[in-house]
Write a protein that binds this ligand. Structure first.
Ligand SMILES: Nc1ncnc2c1ncn2[C@@H]1O[C@H](COP(=O)(O)OP(=O)(O)OP(=O)(O)O)[C@@H](O)[C@H]1O
Length: 872
């Protein structure tokens, strides 16, 4: 009776202060629990009619963050003002039971200012205060009625907020400032009270003046009334700072002692009892009043409520403190229990003097402190348990993370190994790339060389085609001349062979013999005229290669009907002209036997020649193993002429005889009507030479070819210095032919035989002198070499060799190498064509332009393949 108390919930925002105070339907808070307890005691005491309860509810909020205002929540939100710690305008609601009070409180809660923040969807933006006042109606006097009033105040403070967490702005931010300020002032008041209690010399600071809430709760904050604080914390990890801060700030408040006691009874004045009497007198009064109250007020409602509370708490204390001496004194009528229960309820505010002396008083105080610390430790223990659970979860998560880390490490190791292997692979690829680059460079160079070679070859071919009889192949000529000399020496041993210089003419009736003196003179003239590198007696000196090129050109042309082919060691000359009925064929032999059997060979070869020769083509050549077989055939030719050269040294000995034997055959196969030395294709190209010759000779220019050819050919005297050497009947002198100018009188150039002019002038056998021949040949060789030195224009050998090399490395097969089964005869390969249609020994490996083109294509493909590999 007459013991007002305060129950305040403090803590950060969203920690559950409102939930703790008001609760919910399943979990009632402090207010419903208190109401139920009050009415439960009242029912048990049977004094229901004698007690009246009043309920008031208001809130303290901020007005735009500046002024504070108090609003009555139970009566339409009327403003409340405070004057001298007395609220004016606050109306109380009378209630008779707990349900009625709860409904009133619920109605007031609807009017409370709340707002949504980041921390709480229904965050309290004001301090809510609920007063439950008990007033006894037994006394008749007003004074007694006032003195019998007791108030239980329950405060739901707005939680302190951190701006970073709440993210409040504008009005919410002003509210937050107000809330934080009020919380701060409340804490300052408590701290000041604690410091004042520790050191009496320190004055009690008047921090309560800084807010309406502290001003209203001044008695409690100055230790004049009992007060109990409920700390609410959040167990979240992110709230650790707030929790620790609150515990550190509130833990000293447990040491606050409320030594002042209210004067519940016998107070005649309306002033506060603690203010009316000094502290010492209050203590004395308290002793007596408590004793009296315990004795006199027995059976009273208020006394019964307190006794029930004391009994419950005393049982709890006895249960928790079995070793204490108070165990046996747990009697509801005893003072010890009374003291213990009071101490427990009032949270160290009251210190009731014990009837048994100071010993018991100190002991009770210690027990009280122990209980307080025990409660705090339990709260801390629960918090620690929650953190422990969290730590366990974190440890489990760490274990999973470690496992995953281990697996990731193994994966990373595997990846590193793979990376190392890839690096090695890249290194190999780089090396391969370098090699490919190098090969591409080589291919480029090769292709450039091939193009250059082609260009040179084309130019040379054109030059060969354009220029006729200008050059002499020194190699072949020197070789032929040396063999001629050797053969002449051998001829000395064989008298039958020494006088054999054979010349062949396609015209059977055109063979003439001249005296050795004349020949000697002609040779000297030739040697003298050799200084002229371009012409010998008005004719261009030509090489075998030139002859071959010309003959090849002639053979490829539709109009040409002649073919002249050479081999390394021998030469086959076939001369035929258009319209010739029988082409002429001759093959030089190196042995007597071969020469003797020329006719037979020719006869034997005729079917083969006919077989491989194409009637539509003007000429076909077949190369033999030791010699060369040249086949000349023209359209309409009746019998081809063939001669095969052999490498035997004794061939030259029996040349004369052989030739004699062959002459009938040659005459037989030669076409009398057509001069074998005339080549239409060449004639056209050498027309300039003819003109020069005619101009030099002073002969009248003949417009018809048939007339011009004999005039030119009559000027040619060919000496067969080697058995396998064939004197071409064409107008161009060969390297193995001795060409010299012949006087007009000496030429068998009869008027009626213009078309059968002898092409070659032979010396009579009896007039041939070996010395003359040798000398003549030496002059010829020297002149040829000299001419060749002055005209080093042939570069086809390295080009052809390079080309062949490239082709061999690329493994390119020429389509001409395919067998021609349709022909049914001897298979003519590309090599055969090259050899038979080759220009000379130096360019014998130079294949046709078609093969060159295919070669270039293959090189380009090869290069493209390398570039694709490089780009990958
Ligand atoms: N012990 C609890 N049991 C169940 N729910 C709780 C408990 N404590 C708090 N809550 C819930 O937490 C939320 C916030 O609680 P409450 O509003 O009481 O916090 P508060 O401290 O009053 O915050 P503020 O200071 O911002 O008003 C509410 O939804 C409430 O239901």
């Amino acid at each position: 009776m007459g013991k007002s108390s305060l129950l305040a919930a403090i803590g950060p925002s969203g920690s559950g202060k409102t939930h703790t105070v008001f609760g919910c339907a399943r979990e009632p808070g402090m207010v419903p629990l208190a109401l139920r307890r009050i009415f439960c005691e009242n029912e048990s005491s049977g004094t229901e009619s004698s007690r009246v309860f009043y309920l008031s509810m208001f809130e303290i909020s901020s007005e735009k963050g500046k002024a504070e205002r108090m609003i009555d929540l139970l009566h339409d939100g009327g403003d409340v003002c405070m004057q001298n710690s007395i609220l004016k305008g606050l109306q109380e609601a009378v209630f008779r039971d707990a349900q009625q009070a709860e409904s009133l409180i619920a109605h007031g809660m609807l009017k409370r200012a709340t707002a949504m923040t980041n921390l709480n969807s229904q965050s309290s933006r004001s301090q809510c205060i609920i007063n439950i006042r008990y007033d006894s109606e037994n006394g008749d006097e007003e004074v007694d009625r006032k003195t019998s009033s007791t108030t239980l105040t329950i405060v739901d403070l707005a939680g302190a907020e951190r701006e970073k967490k709440t993210g409040n702005q504008g009005a919410r931010l002003l509210e937050s400032n107000f809330i934080n300020n009020t919380s701060m002032v409340f804490g300052l008041c408590l701290r000041s009270l604690l410091e004042h209690q520790k050191n009496r010399k320190k004055p009690l600071q008047k921090h309560y003046q800084n807010s309406l809430l502290t001003r209203y709760l001044r008695d409690y904050l100055e230790g004049k009334k009992r007060m109990m604080l409920i700390l609410t914390v959040k167990p979240g990890e992110e709230d650790y700072l707030n929790t620790s801060f609150l515990l550190r700030q509130a833990s000293p408040f447990t040491k606050i002692k409320f030594k002042t006691l209210e004067q519940p009874v016998n107070l005649t004045c309306s002033k506060r009892p603690n203010q009316a009497l000094p502290q010492a007198d209050q203590l004395k009064k308290m002793k007596f009043s408590n004793c009296d109250a315990s004795l006199v007020d027995e059976g009273n409602i208020d006394t019964g409520f307190h006794l029930n509370m004391r009994k419950e708490i005393a049982g709890k204390v006895v249960k928790d403190c079995p070793n204490q001496n108070i165990k046996g004194s747990a009697n509801e009528n005893s003072n010890e229990i009374h003291v213990l229960s009071d101490g427990y309820i009032s949270w160290g505010i009251q210190e009731k003097p014990s009837l048994n002396g100071d010993y018991l008083k100190n002991k009770v105080a210690k027990d009280r402190e122990y209980l307080i610390m025990q409660g705090l430790s339990k709260a801390l223990w629960s918090v620690l348990k929650q953190y422990k659970k969290k730590l366990e979860g974190i440890e489990i998560e760490n274990c999973h993370l470690r496992d995953s880390l281990t697996s990731e490490k193994t994966k990373s190791l595997d990846l590193e190994n793979e990376l190392a292997s890839e690096k090695l692979r890249c290194f190999d690829l780089e090396n391969e790339l370098k090699e490919l680059k190098f090969r591409c460079t080589c291919c480029n160079e090769a292709s450039a060389n091939v193009l250059a070679v082609l260009h040179d070859a084309g130019s040379n071919l054109s030059q060969y085609q354009m220029v006729e009889g200008q050059e002499v192949n020194t190699e072949v000529s020197s070789y032929s001349l040396s063999e001629l000399e050797q053969t002449e020496n051998e001829k000395k041993m064989d008298h039958s062979a020494t006088d054999s210089i054979v010349t062949f003419a396609s015209d059977s009736g055109g063979v003439e013999e001249q005296c050795p003196q004349l020949i000697h003179q002609q040779l000297e003239d030739l040697s003298k005229g050799s200084d002229d590198s371009e012409y010998v007696n008005g004719f261009k000196d030509t090489s075998i290669g030139d002859a071959c090129s010309r003959s090849q050109e002639v053979s490829t042309s539709n109009d040409a009907q002649d073919l002249i082919c050479y081999e390394e060691t021998g030469m086959v000359a076939i001369s035929s002209t258009s319209g010739a009925t029988s082409p002429c064929l001759y093959t030089g032999q190196k042995s007597e036997q071969d020469a003797v059997s020329i006719v037979g060979d020719v006869k034997k070869l005729e079917p083969e020649i006919e077989c491989v020769s194409n009637e539509s083509s003007p000429a076909t050549s077949i190369e033999g193993e030791m010699g060369m077989v040249a086949i000349s055939s023209t359209t309409g030719a009746t019998s081809p002429c063939l001669y095969t050269g052999q490498k035997s040294e004794e061939d030259a000995v029996s040349i004369v005889g052989d030739v004699k034997k062959l002459e009938p055959e040659i005459e037989c196969v030669s076409n009398e009507s057509s001069p074998a030395t005339s080549i239409e294709g060449e004639r056209a190209k050498s027309s300039q030479d003819y003109e020069d010759l005619k101009d030099a000779e002073g002969e009248p220019t003949k417009t018809e070819n048939d007339d011009s050819l004999p005039s030119v050919e009559n000027r040619i005297a060919c000496v067969a210095a080697q058995p396998h050497t064939v004197l071409d009947s064409s107008e161009s002198p060969r390297k193995d032919c001795i060409c010299f100018d012949v006087d007009e009188e000496q030429l068998n150039y009869e008027e009626g035989k213009k078309q059968q002019v002898p092409l070659v002038t032979n010396l009579p056998k009896e007039e041939w002198d070996t010395n003359n021949i040798t000398k003549c040949l030496s002059h010829l060789a020297s002149s040829s070499n000299f001419q060749h030195k002055e005209k080093p224009k042939r570069r086809l050998l390295p080009a052809s060799c390079l080309l062949v090399k490239d082709i061999s490395t690329l493994d390119v097969k020429d389509e001409n190498d395919k067998p021609k089964g349709a022909r049914g005869g001897k298979r003519v390969t590309m090599d055969d064509k090259i050899r038979t249609q080759g220009i000379c020994g130096n360019i014998c490996e130079l294949k046709s332009l078609k093969s060159l083109h295919s070669c270039i294509q293959a090189i380009v493909l090869h290069r493209t393949h390398f570039m694709q590999k490089f780009s990958y």
